[in-house]
Structure formats: structure tokens, C-alpha cells
Design a protein around this ligand. Structure first.
Ligand SMILES: Cc1ncc(COP(=O)(O)O)c(C=O)c1O
Length: 431
């Protein structure tokens, strides 16, 4: 099949969607900005386990897994059954439901910092709630951030995508660099007694240097700020208790989202009871906070994480992917522009400029070749429990073809002859 035919329906639907939906997508990371036109699918029709089928019927092993929201797999039978049972009882009521306590209790049991819990829908609800809580408790306005923390004003104003965020809000959020305590110290020196919170992803691409996370905690506390771990992705993935369990540093508050309910929309703020109690004094409240299909999904997901070796599998298989890819990169002399980073459960293919090519040109070729071979990735390995031996072998077989192709394209100056589309435009990136 020619590449044009492979994505024909996707492209027709994209043109149609763009007439009624700005960007054609609800999520920036799923939008056309990330997928080179002509060599990419744009719509998924259905999923099963770790596989998805696009609008043209092409099958893929998915290593994006709905931006790491799905940790067990699409249509996990236990989660689906729990949701079906809940559908028969009701989706949402006029008063709270028992499931809210049950899932809060399961989180308290799993997560070291969690003594009390409140739910939201998106990760951004949870991070915005944690920051409002920290501001209320400390009586301070400034926030130090490191990583990605969602779409709301308080955070996104600190990035290049800050259009529409008032300057007065932007002025209150300060970025610091991961593994660089000095960059955080500078902020405290510049604005003594003004920081309400330090919020960071405890890890994304790079491992924390020895003592870094504890150092952030000590610095924050010395300066009267709360420590918030944004565990939207690391939560229920690195360990059942998240990165705080893995690295042994317990924050004051933590936020969760993606892995909590195997793709159903649920997020959470959790933390010390004395702090969480102040939730009663701020406003953190939404119509759908106690929506029950997602809570039923979360209860089933958390039970499965406890009952089955889910996280061990993610670690073991993810480590094999990282080792195998690194070996291929070394074998084909591609280490100058390709690398592997992150944690086994959530790892990244890193791509650097290699003259005369930019990383964006190389990434475009990488995506073109991965999609053509039935692997859905944006350079991530977001492992799920349903990625079995066969799926890992298929990924490694594809890398066995794509890494030498990239090496040839870059080292022999042949990238343009391989590329069948315009390269991606440089994108807004926060990690
Ligand atoms: C670390 C982190 N924090 C916060 C968010 C925001 O979550 P959401 O997109 O569900 O609002 C994300 C989403 O990618 C994330 O990865």
C-alpha cells in the first residue's frame, strides 16, 4: 500500500475536524502539531490491550497509551467489568457516594504522603488545587516550578505558550532547573519569604542526582514553602506509591492523574492531613469531582496494581526496551544523535541535532518509519501491563530496522531522500 493510501481516511477526517475543532483535537499532544502530515495517522477508532487501530484500519502497538493514562491496557477486563457494574447503579448523584471514601482510602494506603485526598478530573485540576492550597496555607503567592504541570494560568504562564495569561499571574511563577539546587536557591534569595510552594515532577527524562530531591525538600522547608510532587505520570507507575516511594522522599502534597483509573478521567490531590484540612477553607469543587464510573475504574485499577505484578512487569519489560535500543544505537554508531533516557516504566528516545540536520528533521523521519511499521510512539515508551513479550519483540524488531535507517540517513546525508513529508515545525516543549 502506498503511504498516501495508508492514512487517507485520517487525513480526510482531519480536514473535516479542523472545520469545527480548533487544532482538530482536544489535547495539544494528540494534535496535528505532533504528527508529520502525509506519514501519520490522526484518528484512532478502537483499542484492545496495547493495540490500537486507526481510521484506515491500520493496526499499531501503542507506546503512547493515551499519554500514559492507560497503565493496564485498553479495555482492561477488570476495569471494564467494574465500570459496567457501576453503570447499572448510576453515574453521578446528588450526594457523595461510598466509592469516594473507598478510593481515597486505597490512595492513603498506597501513597506515602497521602493522609487525605480530594479528587479532580484532569491532572491540571489537581496541580491547580495543590497550588491554591499551598498559597492559602502559607499566605504567600510565589511558586517555583520544574517540569510540566498542566494548562492553567498559574503554570502555563511560565512557558512559551503563555498567550492569554495576565502578566500579573506570570510574574508569580518561577522556573528552576532539574538537578540544580543552586537554581532554586537563587529564587529564594531573590524573593525571601515569598514562596508558597515548590512543585516539581520528581523525575521525567533524567534520574535525580543523589540528594537532589531531599535537597529540594530541605530548601523548600527552610524557606517556609511547601513541597509538592507532581506525580501525574509517575504516580501508580514508578511504584504503587509513585516516585516518592521509589526515591524515599515524602513531599507535603502530591498530585496524581493519569495512572489512577486506567484512562478514565480522575485526578487527585493528596497529602498531609493538617494541610489537606485547609481544602475546607479554599474553593476546590466541581460538578463531576465525584463521578462514579471513573471512581469505579480507579478502585479496580488500584486493586489490580496490588493483586498482580503490574509494576514489576512495566519495569522488567521497559528495562529490556531501554537496553535493547541502546545496544542498537551503539551497534549502528547512532549515539551522536540518538539516545534513551527516563525510567523503564516511562522512557524516552532522545534525538539531537546532527549537522546538517535538526533534531526535528530526524524526529520526523523517525516517526514516519515507526508509524509505517505499526508502532505508535512520539518517542516515548509508555509501558502498560498489556505490553507482553510479543509486543516488546515487535518493537525491538522495528527498532532493528529503523535505527540503521536513521544512521544511514544522518551519517550519509540521505535524510531528504528518505523523508516523504515536510519536517515537523519546532514545538512547544517543557521537558
Ligand atoms: C506531570 C504532569 N502534570 C500535570 C499534567 C496535566 O494533566 P492534564 O493534562 O490531565 O490536565 C500532566 C499532563 O500531561 C503531566 O504530565
Amino acid at each position: 500500500m502506498t503511504i498516501e493510501h495508508r492514512y487517507q481516511t485520517s487525513e480526510q477526517w482531519l480536514a473535516r475536524a479542523l472545520k469545527t475543532i480548533p487544532l482538530g483535537s482536544q489535547t495539544f499532544s494528540k494534535s496535528k502539531t505532533q504528527y508529520p502530515y502525509g506519514v501519520s495517522p490522526y484518528f484512532v477508532e478502537r483499542g484492545e490491550g496495547s493495540h490500537v487501530w486507526d481510521a484506515d484500519g491500520n493496526e499499531y502497538v501503542d507506546f503512547i497509551m493515551s499519554l500514559a493514562a492507560v497503565t493496564l491496557g485498553y479495555r482492561d477486563p477488570d476495569v471494564t467489568e467494574a465500570v459496567r457494574r457501576q453503570l447499572d447503579v448510576g453515574v453521578i448523584f446528588s450526594l457523595p457516594h461510598r466509592l469516594e471514601m473507598e478510593v481515597a482510602e486505597a490512595i492513603v494506603e498506597a501513597v506515602p504522603c497521602a493522609e487525605m485526598v480530594r479528587f479532580g478530573k484532569n491532572g491540571s485540576d489537581a496541580t491547580a488545587g495543590a497550588i491554591r492550597l499551598a498559597r492559602a496555607v502559607t499566605g504567600r503567592d510565589r511558586v517555583a516550578v520544574c517540569g510540566y504541570h498542566g494548562w492553567q494560568d498559574w503554570y502555563i504562564g511560565s512557558t512559551a505558550r503563555n498567550k492569554g495569561v495576565p502578566q500579573a499571574v506570570r510574574d508569580l511563577t518561577h522556573t528552576f532547573a532539574y538537578n540544580d539546587l543552586g537554581s532554586l536557591q537563587v529564587l529564594f534569595d531573590r524573593h525571601p519569604n515569598e514562596f508558597a510552594a515548590v512543585i516539581l515532577e520528581p523525575m521525567n527524562v533524567t534520574e535525580p542526582a543523589p540528594g537532589f530531591l531531599q535537597g529540594v525538600k530541605d530548601l523548600a522547608h527552610r524557606h517556609g514553602a511547601l513541597l509538592v510532587f507532581d506525580e501525574t505520570i509517575t504516580g501508580f507507575r514508578y511504584e504503587i506509591g509513585g516516585a516518592q516511594q521509589r526515591f524515599g522522599v515524602v513531599p507535603d502534597l502530591a498530585t496524581f492523574g493519569k495512572g489512577l483509573a486506567n484512562g478514565y478521567p480522575l485526578s487527585a490531590v493528596a497529602g498531609r492531613a493538617d494541610l489537606m484540612k485547609a481544602m475546607e477553607e479554599i474553593f476546590f469543587s466541581f460538578t463531576f469531582g465525584g463521578e462514579l464510573l471513573s471512581l469505579a475504574a480507579a478502585k479496580a485499577t488500584l486493586a489490580k496494581l496490588r493483586r498482580e505484578p503490574v509494576i514489576e512487569m512495566l519495569k522488567e519489560r521497559g528495562a529490556r526496551v531501554m537496553r535493547g535500543l541502546q545496544a542498537l544505537i551503539d551497534l549502528h554508531g547512532a549515539a551522536g544523535f540518538l539516545g534513551v533516557a527516563g525510567d523503564a516504566t516511562w522512557s524516552f528516545v532522545t534525538i539531537k541535532d546532527a549537522a546538517p540536520y535538526t533534531s526535528w528533521q530526524i524526529k520526523t523521519l523517525f516517526l514516519q518509519e515507526m508509524f509505517a511499521r505499526g508502532i505508535l510512539t512520539v518517542g516515548t515508551h509508555n509501558l502498560c501491563y498489556a505490553h507482553g513479550e510479543a509486543q516488546i519483540e515487535r518493537l525491538m524488531a522495528v527498532y532493528g530496522e529503523v535505527v540503521p535507517l536513521l544512521a544511514d540517513a544522518v551519517k550519509n546525508g540521505r535524510l531528504d531522500s528518505y523523508l516523504r513529508c515536510a519536517p515537523l515545525e519546532p514545538l512547544f516543549k517543557v521537558r
